[in-house]
Design a protein around this ligand. Structure first.
Ligand code: UD1
Length: 361
């Protein structure tokens, strides 16, 4: 049996592919795990392999960081060689990072079917590199595994053949459910915060961190709210670099606990026990909804509207006053009511594997 290749590259890919990889292996499907090396620091990459029980990748491209064009191009050149050598019958990509579009493009041009996990999400904001990656990947993929009904609607509106669209649910929630029991509060003790007495912060979008005035405004906002609640802020390498470049590191105070990037279990534990989460991430909007934790998203839009309509998420932009008001609102009024969206049930990998198995020769 010719293999199928599962592609991972950047941090949010790992929790999406771990459950699928393990399910395909269980079914004795010849599966190769390929890591592009888009993320490469221990805490951005290998810690997730260990904690999510993924083996060392069968193939590691080691492309590292670079401009969008160079990073995407390097992945493409290397991945083409792999496809020619391994002759996979299908390639599976996830999410919306540069590794996703790079590998999808290579495989499609070699007439190898590409399947996209987490298809159909749209922010309708073409200034986001991820939106470009999502749209292009969906356009050239064979099977589109969607996490929620809104994704199906987006794809249908774009004229996608309905036969390709498979509503299979949110695979990140598989990882979340598989790992929740393994979490404990050691990381809270290490950082020096108590359950439900801190807000967890993450920030890495270019639109929030790449310009000094915007980043400064957000940091001023965080400083202001830190007078009412402790903050735990694991810094993404991109954000750390920008803070240093702009000379903003002097803004911290003792209520703002800065850490490096954290592993999956520590971060899950901090999310589960937080009073609220303030973020510009995509996946964290979903994890907070699954856990019922209030989430304030520092963006003007979301490709995950179900987290707002049914979940605990609120889109608040990145202006200081709104941030302060919304934090106060949560501190005064507590948790919003919410529902867990359909098919966010920990069984998405099973549903995807059932469909894939029928397609394989
Ligand atoms: C990428 C994804 C983004 C995702 C995010 C999660 C794209 C276009 N963006 O953004 O969708 O939400 O990952 O983290 O694919 N760096 C390190 N060590 C690493 C990785 C990166 O120090 O292991 C630093 C480098 O300075 C690098 C910068 O972070 O230039 C940005 O990394 P990159 O992969 O280009 O984009 P992210 O901002 O991480």
């Amino acid at each position: 049996m010719r293999p199928i290749i599962i592609v991972v590259g950047a941090r949010p890919n790992f929790m999406k592919m771990a459950p699928l990889y393990s399910e395909l292996k269980k079914r004795k499907i010849n599966t190769l795990l390929l890591h592009t090396g888009q993320h490469y620091d221990k805490n951005m990459s290998s810690v997730f392999f260990e904690e999510l029980n993924m083996p060392k990748p069968d193939i590691y491209l080691g492309v590292g960081s670079d401009t969008h064009a160079k990073q995407t191009a390097k992945i493409m050149v290397d991945f083409e060689k792999i496809c020619l050598e391994k002759k996979p019958q299908r390639v599976i990509v996830a999410g919306d990072v540069n590794s996703t579009i790079a590998c999808a493009l290579v495989a499609t041009k070699l007439n190898i079917p590409v399947d996209h996990v987490e298809a159909g999400l749209r922010s309708f904001d073409m200034n986001m590199p991820e939106e470009i990656n999502r749209i292009l990947t969906d356009r050239i993929s064979s099977l589109l595994f969607t996490p929620s009904e809104d994704a199906n609607i987006n794809l249908i509106n774009e004229g996608t053949d309905p036969e390709k669209i498979k509503l299979t649910g949110n695979i990140m929630i598989d990882s979340l459910m598989n790992n929740l029991e393994k979490t404990n509060t050691t990381i809270l003790d290490e950082i020096g915060v108590e359950k439900e007495k801190y807000a967890l912060i993450t920030l890495h979008r270019p639109s929030n961190v790449d310009e000094k005035t915007t980043l400064n405004e957000i940091i001023e906002g965080l400083k202001a709210i830190s007078e009412d609640i402790n903050l735990v802020f694991p810094l993404h390498p991109r954000t750390k670099n920008k803070i240093e470049e702009f000379g903003l590191e002097t803004k911290w105070n003792e209520n703002i606990k800065i850490t490096g990037p954290l592993g999956y279990l520590d971060f899950l534990s901090l999310t589960k026990n937080a009073r609220m989460v303030i973020t510009d991430s995509g996946g964290i909007q979903e994890e907070t909804t699954a856990l019922g934790i209030p989430c304030l998203t520092l963006r003007d839009n979301t490709e995950r509207p179900i987290t707002v309509d049914q979940g605990t998420n609120k889109i608040i932009g990145n202006k200081q006053k709104r941030l302060i008001d919304e934090v106060k609102n949560i501190l005064d009024n507590g948790k919003p009511s919410y529902e867990i969206p359909h098919f966010w049930d920990g069984k998405t990998a099973l549903r995807i594997a059932d469909i894939l198995e029928k397609k394989l020769s």
